[in-house]
Design a protein around this ligand. Structure first.
Ligand code: SF4
Ligand code: SF4
Length: 63
């Protein structure tokens, strides 16, 4: 099972939201200015979110 984490100290939330629009599996969503993660079982480990995040706030790994 893939584990996905967003470091809220680094994340810019709705000011950025690149990950929301980049993830092909729609795993990130923005709500109340914060990023939330859903349906992690759909993650295909493409790492596009890691690549696109300007603040290195996303971690994707097996766990
Ligand atoms: S791309 Fe990074 S900084 Fe931007 S909303 Fe997503 S986790 Fe936050
Ligand atoms: S690794 Fe790919 S599928 Fe998984 S959360 Fe990131 S962008 Fe989405």
């Amino acid at each position: 099972m893939t584990k996905i984490k967003v470091d809220r100290r680094e994340c810019e939330g709705s000011e950025c939201a690149y990950c929301v629009f980049t993830c092909p599996m729609e795993i990130f969503m923005v709500e109340n200015d914060q990023i939330f993660i859903k349906n992690t079982e759909k993650c295909n480990s493409c790492e596009m979110c890691i690549y696109i995040c300007p603040n290195d706030a996303i971690m994707v790994g097996e766990g």
